[in-house]
Structures are given as structure tokens and as C-alpha cells.
Design a protein around this ligand. Structure first.
Ligand SMILES: C[S@@+](CC[C@H](N)C(=O)[O-])C[C@H]1O[C@@H](n2cnc3c(N)ncnc32)[C@H](O)[C@@H]1O
Length: 257
């Protein structure tokens, strides 16, 4: 079992650290005690980052939509954006434009969808990943470049969220699903990010159970991101697929009467 804690070296950030600790149910520790833990969330005036004190060569992981690797990719991955846009379908044909991303992770796909003009709700069940993503979103949305983007993050298990959603009339137009895949998966996420993610969240082995419920809840379509040559999730055959160099988007169209 990994052991997590949150800490800071800056006295002025102690209160913010306490807040994070109670929000995500993590212990706070003095910075000198980090060697006793597997993963440390470190708060500095530059934001929140994740470190493995026993694997210093991994460096640290921060969600940064403005610069760093994630920011760079967001400005340079036209092909990924085009693939996602194709998977979403022609926006003018959609009655409204809400997307529920059941597996937010480090938020790259959700952020691209929001950049495409959709109103995006992200769900993430890992408290560590949620804390990092919330920090990245907070900094990005204060920047004028992204101030009009419509994106919100909820720390919740998608299965529970969908079960509650079914009791309401407030169903999203599109549901997006990108579960972790067994280790051989090539990912748009850099090696370091995948390495951290896998250590923190594991393999999402329950992803198959999400898809049938997602199809029941979406108003228009469900999109599942898969490795290019993988079988369909839950062996459910999609109506069609958009295939890129590394990934495939399987599309399940929903017809409501
Ligand atoms: C492969 S990552 C998603 C990467 C993301 N698309 C991106 O662009 O960064 C999968 C994420 O989904 C989360 N996840 C898996 N199952 C979930 C569930 N049932 N509810 C909420 N989050 C879930 C995992 O914790 C993990 O962070």
C-alpha cells in the first residue's frame, strides 16, 4: 500500500496545506519527514506537485496547462485535437454541448474538449490525482488565455456519479471514457506521467462496468479511448471508430425515443 502525505517548506502555505489535507483526507508532515512516505504532495508558491522521495530520478509531476510538457502538448497536438473533434461529431448537430469525462486523470483530454468549446465536467476518483488536477485547472483558468473555458472538476467515483445521475433529467450529451490500460499501452501522456499515474491509480480494472451505464446515461454518444489495436471495451461493439496513429476512439451512438 502506497503511503501519501502533503507538505510544504513555506510557512505562509501551512494553512493551505492543512486545507488540502482535510479536503483529500491526507496526513500533513514536516518536510524533513518525507523519506518515510512513498509519495509526497509538495505545495510551493508555484503550485502543487507530486514526488516520490524514494525515486528522485522520476522528478516531480505537476499539472500545468500553461507551460511544461502538458502545456506544450496542448499547443502542439493538432492531430490529437482533430481526432477528438472528429470523435465528438459535428457540434452543430448536437442539441446542447455538455461533456462528462468519467476518467479525468491529468486532464489533457478534458481540457482539449473544453478548448473545443464544450462545457466539460471531469470526474476523478483518486484524491492525489484530483488534487494535482484541481491545482492545474485553478492556475490555468486564472490566465486570460483560458478564462472563457467552461470546465469543472468533481472528486467522485464515476460509477456512483452515474447511478445518481440516472435519477435526474440532467443527462450529459456526450460521455467520454479513457481508462488506464495494461502497461504496454502507448500513451499520449509522457512516460513520466504514465509512470506516476500507474503507481497512484493502478489499472482501472473495473472500467468495463462503466461503459454500459455510460451508454444508458448519455443523450447523444459515448466515446471510449482505446489503444489502436485493442479489443473493444467490455466486448461491446461500437457503431464506428476513429483511428489515429496510437489511439482509437470507439463511438457508441445513443438513440432516445
Ligand atoms: C488513463 S487516465 C485518464 C487520462 C486522461 N484522459 C488525460 O487526458 O489525462 C484514467 C484516470 O481515470 C480515473 N478513473 C478510473 N476509473 C474511474 C472511476 N470509476 N471514477 C473516476 N475516475 C476514474 C483514474 O483514477 C485515472 O486517473
Amino acid at each position: 500500500m502506497n503511503r501519501f502525505a502533503v507538505t510544504t517548506a513555506e510557512p505562509s502555505l501551512q494553512q493551505a496545506v492543512q486545507h488540502l489535507a482535510s479536503q483529500y483526507l491526507l496526513p500533513t508532515i514536516p518536510i524533513t519527514k518525507q523519506e518515510n512516505f512513498d509519495f509526497i504532495l509538495l505545495l510551493t508558491s508555484q503550485g502543487l506537485s507530486l514526488q516520490n522521495p524514494k525515486k528522485k530520478d522520476w522528478g516531480d509531476l505537476q499539472v500545468d496547462f500553461l507551460k511544461g510538457k502538458i502545456g506544450y502538448r496542448l499547443s502542439h497536438i493538432q492531430s490529437q485535437k482533430q481526432l477528438l473533434a472528429k470523435a465528438i461529431g459535428p457540434k452543430k448537430h448536437l442539441k446542447t454541448n455538455t461533456i462528462l469525462d468519467l476518467t479525468a486523470g491529468l486532464g489533457s483530454d478534458g481540457f482539449i474538449l473544453a478548448q473545443l468549446g464544450f462545457s466539460v465536467t471531469l470526474l476523478e476518483r483518486s484524491p492525489i490525482i484530483t488534487a494535482l488536477l484541481a491545482d492545474g485547472l485553478h492556475r490555468a483558468l486564472r490566465h486570460k488565455k483560458y478564462s472563457t473555458i467552461n470546465i469543472q472538476l468533481i472528486h467522485r467515483d464515476a460509477m456512483l456519479y452515474l447511478q445518481q445521475l440516472m435519477q435526474t433529467q440532467n443527462l450529459p450529451d456526450i460521455i467520454y471514457l479513457d481508462p488506464m490500460y495494461p502497461p504496454s499501452r502507448k500513451s499520449a501522456l509522457a512516460k513520466k506521467e504514465m509512470c506516476f499515474l500507474r503507481q497512484i491509480v493502478g489499472n482501472d480494472s473495473d472500467a468495463e462496468t462503466l461503459l454500459p451505464l455510460a451508454i444508458t446515461c448519455a443523450q447523444q454518444r459515448v466515446i471510449v479511448k482505446r489503444p489502436r489495436l485493442a479489443s473493444a471495451l467490455a466486448e461491446l461493439k461500437p457503431q464506428h471508430s476513429i483511428v489515429g496513429k496510437q489511439h482509437r476512439f470507439d463511438i457508441y451512438l445513443v438513440t432516445r425515443y
